[in-house]
Design a binder for this molecule. Structure first.
Ligand SMILES: Nc1ncnc2c1ncn2[C@@H]1O[C@H](COP(=O)(O)OP(=O)(O)OP(=O)(O)O)[C@@H](O)[C@H]1O
Length: 341
């Protein structure tokens, strides 16, 4: 379990003090995958480096499995760090060592016997799908394969927690997907708790149970992935959501359509994504909903659908329709129109 309590990290720079992380609280239970998303400079790297005390917080607590690392002795800190693996955007592999040695060298340094090292290297190379590449050098591997080596190297030390610092940012979308699948697999099979940082909403979408949105060092919103995708509150969260699904329409189009009805966004979660509610509304209320935009986003723990429709009707019609949809488990946002009158 990872607990950050009121963590602050400040740097002294030429122009004064920079507060990179500002009163952040995070709690990741064993076996969960949590993600921190933010734009460049939001403080993500600094925050994740506070978890294993690569950066020592200026104030606040970092508690790993009940041990406050900010107060731990050097020996306690060493032991706790052994339980925390980390992977990076640029893989951090030794260029002059083979895949085998990249995984083996840290194990040798930890004092494992030759036989134990060999067993572990083979076991984790197989888990990440690199058995055939053990004799290759990093420059003979693709980006995705390099990240697999880095993941195997981390796993071979049998951590309970894996920190991922933009691990897929240097990869193309298809390779990103395969690495995210691998992270999901090791989370499920090995029960490893994962905390990741990213600036990409599709990473959050695919593997996170819980999401934190970081801006200027502060958490501006945090929630389960399903709730955050269904009911985003903060403008920054909405901007990130717009990068993967069309949630808004041009204002000029909404104004034009509002002259004759209302523009409504319907957000469906779970079971309600399977109901033919738009057809239902058309026949029940004798209106002709015009679908302007629609998408379905598959999250780790469910499916969220969005439909933006224009409905031609009076304010009373729109009120009845929105009530009907709400009763059927659909989240409604009126983007403008007669329903606002
Ligand atoms: N060692 C340092 N000394 C001074 N300022 C720093 C230091 N490290 C980070 N900062 C500042 O802290 C803020 C947060 O930086 P950080 O690298 O954590 O953000 P980030 O969200 O990871 O950004 P990016 O995605 O671009 O790496 C920035 O304003 C940065 O300039």
């Amino acid at each position: 379990m990872i607990q950050l309590q009121s963590v602050v990290k400040q740097f002294e720079a030429k122009n004064g003090t920079v507060t990179a992380v500002d009163q952040v609280d995070i709690q990741v239970k064993k076996g969960e995958i949590h993600g921190v998303i933010g734009y460049s400079g939001a403080g993500k790297s600094t925050l994740i480096r506070c978890v294993n005390l690569l950066e020592r917080p200026t104030s606040g607590k970092v508690i790993i499995n009940g041990v406050d690392l900010t107060k731990a002795s050097p020996e306690q800190l060493r032991q706790s760090r052994q339980k925390i693996g980390m992977i990076f955007q640029h893989f951090n592999l030794l260029k002059t060592a083979t895949v085998y040695d990249n995984i083996a060298i840290p194990l040798k340094l930890l004092g494992y016997s030759k036989q134990e090292v060999e067993e572990k290297v083979k076991k984790y190379a197989e888990i990440v799908g690199l058995t055939e590449k053990l004799a290759s050098y990093p420059n003979q591997l693709s980006g995705g394969q390099k990240q697999r080596v880095a993941i195997a190297r981390s796993l071979s030390q049998e951590p309970e927690i894996l920190l991922s610092d933009e691990a897929t940012s240097a990869l193309d979308p298809e390779t990103t997907d395969s690495i995210l699948d691998l992270l999901l697999e090791i989370n499920e099979k090995l029960g490893i708790t994962i905390l990741l940082i990213t600036h990409e909403m599709n990473v959050i979408q695919k593997i996170c149970d819980y999401v934190y949105v970081l801006e200027k060092g502060k958490l501006v919103e945090h929630n389960t992935a399903i709730e955050l995708f269904t009911k985003p509150q903060h403008p920054t969260t909405r901007k990130f959501l717009n990068t993967i699904s069309q949630r808004s329409l041009p204002d000029s189009l909404i104004e034009q359509l509002n002259l004759t009805g209302a523009v409504i966004r319907l957000t469906f979660v779970g079971e309600s994504t399977g109901k033919p509610l738009i057809a239902d509304v058309a026949s029940r209320f004798h209106v002709q909903p015009n679908i302007l935009a629609a998408n379905i986003v598959e999250l780790k723990n469910g499916i969220v659908g969005n439909i933006v429709v224009h409905i031609n009707g009076t304010a009373a019609d729109i009120a009845d329709i929105t009530r009907y949809l709400t009763d059927n488990g659909v989240q409604i946002d009126v983007l403008g129109g007669t329903a606002n009158e």
